[in-house]
Write a protein that binds this ligand. Structure first.
Ligand code: FES
Ligand SMILES: [Fe+2]
Length: 454
């Protein structure tokens, strides 16, 4: 029997019929978006920024999360804060810079001045107010909750929310595997990418979990990778560098040979429900990884340094964790709108919609602080080459989800449902046991309907 979930019908499932579907209205209906803003974004932990972005006392940056403007700073005493970027006088924007260092912030509207601890310091027309008017109650307003896990700061607009540590649940192990790629700490690389995509925010999150789009949407990349691997193998062999473990004679063999094949056999499962709507998948990597896997597509001059980084990690965290961290790609989707992708580099990405058919995407990349200049350069190139807004991966994904969003315009006329049924009741239960099926996406949608209905 059908089980309808949501108010009104947004997600429906029927296990006996092998069915799980999501109404296309969730991507187009302004009322549903308004409800998401209230039910999800005012209750979930949302990524704000990283400790390394506030390198010294007084460091600050301004950031938009869930449509709200914040000041994220380290005050003069070294304490990290997150204030609404909103003047307590008449709502002016207190800080208009993207980042910098400041012991005070002066609102540009009428000049009230606030300390880096948020306290109100100066009212230019103070004589117009009673004695004691300039007091703590008129300081900048702190976000209700600000917590961090290993340098990753999150905010919550609900003062009564569970702790960040409880919320992250199984995702913490994956964050550990990012952070422990460094001996001395990870640092966000200067800059980042902000761009708009003409699609609903959930389409991007869903795409990040979608196992079935990869071969078709990213076919250009796989063709390029096969050619580059072949050319790189010839180059390496000409220099006397062995590529035996990659066995790269032909593209089909690239996929299923050598170390890659061996790694495939080390695990029985690659996709994981991490709890609280988060999920991850780990996949043996068949390309170069800045931490710490040389591959024939990369110049052999990088091999010795990457091998050294690998060995140092073995000494630090042991061989098993190092193998997992260096030879596997990791996609971590943290509910509701954060993706951490560790493959050709490490991408941290959030997405948020103010209108149903648009989203603002914000992306950063993070790297070990001690990385050599050569590997850093290689990392940044590799990251932009695949994960950048004009890389091999991102534009293909954008094209796919924008096209779907345009299609939903037509679906507004007759309703319609997206089908996310693969794996609900498979006739061959072994088909996708390793790689995961659309159950990855159902992890998200099940939690989504839970928040939206409560
Ligand atoms: S609104 Fe900020 S000083 Fe008036
Ligand atoms: Fe993709």
């Amino acid at each position: 029997m059908d089980q309808y979930i949501g108010t009104p019908l947004e997600v429906r499932s029927d296990k006996d019929a092998g069915l799980f579907q999501v109404s296309r209205r969730v991507f187009t209906d302004p009322e549903i978006l308004a409800r998401e803003h209230e039910k999800l974004f005012q209750r979930c932990w949302l990524y704000l920024g990283h400790d390394s972005e506030l390198s010294e006392p007084g460091s600050f940056l301004t950031r938009t999360v869930a449509g709200r403007d914040f000041i994220f700073n380290r005050n003069s005493q070294g304490k990290v804060n997150c204030f609404y970027n909103l003047c307590t006088h008449r709502g002016g924007r207190v800080c208009r810079e993207k980042s910098g260092k400041a012991s005070v912030f002066q609102c540009f509207y009428h000049g009230w001045v606030f300390g880096s601890d948020g306290g109100l310091r100066v009212i230019p027309q103070e004589g117009a107010y009673p004695e004691g008017y300039k007091n703590d109650s008129r300081g900048l307003v702190h976000v209700p909750r600000l917590e961090q896990y290993r340098g990753f700061f999150f905010i919550n607009l609900d003062a009564n929310a569970m702790s960040l540590s409880d919320y992250l649940a199984g995702a913490k192990e994956y964050i550990d595997n990012i952070v422990d790629q460094s001996e001395i700490g990870m640092a966000i690389m200067p800059g980042g990418q902000n761009f708009q995509v003409d699609a609903n925010w959930k389409l991007w999150h869903e795409n990040g979990m979608d196992p079935f789009h990869v071969q078709s949407v990213h076919s250009t990349y796989f063709e390029y990778a096969a050619d580059a691997t072949k050319a790189g193998t010839d180059r390496a062999n000409a220099q006397g560098v062995s590529t035996a473990e990659f066995d790269t004679k032909a593209s089909a063999e690239v996929m299923m040979a050598g170390r890659y094949k061996a790694l495939m056999q080390t695990k029985t499962k690659f996709a994981f429900d991490l709890g609280n709507g988060h999920m991850a998948y780990d996949y043996p990597s068949n390309h170069g990884r800045p931490f710490a896997q040389w591959h024939p597509t990369w110049d052999p001059k990088y091999k010795a340094e990457l091998d050294r980084v690998y060995q140092k990690a073995v000494d630090r965290v042991g061989p098993e964790r190092t193998k997992k961290m260096a030879h596997f790609d990791h996609h971590i989707l943290i509910f509701p709108n954060l993706a951490i992708v560790d493959n050709h580099g490490i991408m941290i990405r959030t997405y948020f919609s103010k209108k149903p058919a648009e989203m603002l995407v914000q992306s950063w990349t993070i790297a070990p602080k001690e990385e050599s200049p050569e590997i850093r350069k290689l990392r940044l190139f590799s990251y932009m080459d695949f994960l950048g807004p004009a890389g091999f991966g991102t534009p293909d994904d954008v094209e796919a989800i924008e096209a779907a969003q345009r299609g939903y315009k037509g679906a507004e006329d007759y309703g319609g449902w997206n089908d996310i049924s693969a794996g609900v009741a498979p006739k061959d239960p072994m088909t996708f046991v390793k790689h995961g099926d659309e159950g990855r996406m159902r992890v998200f949608w099940t939690k989504w309907q839970e928040y939206m209905s409560s």
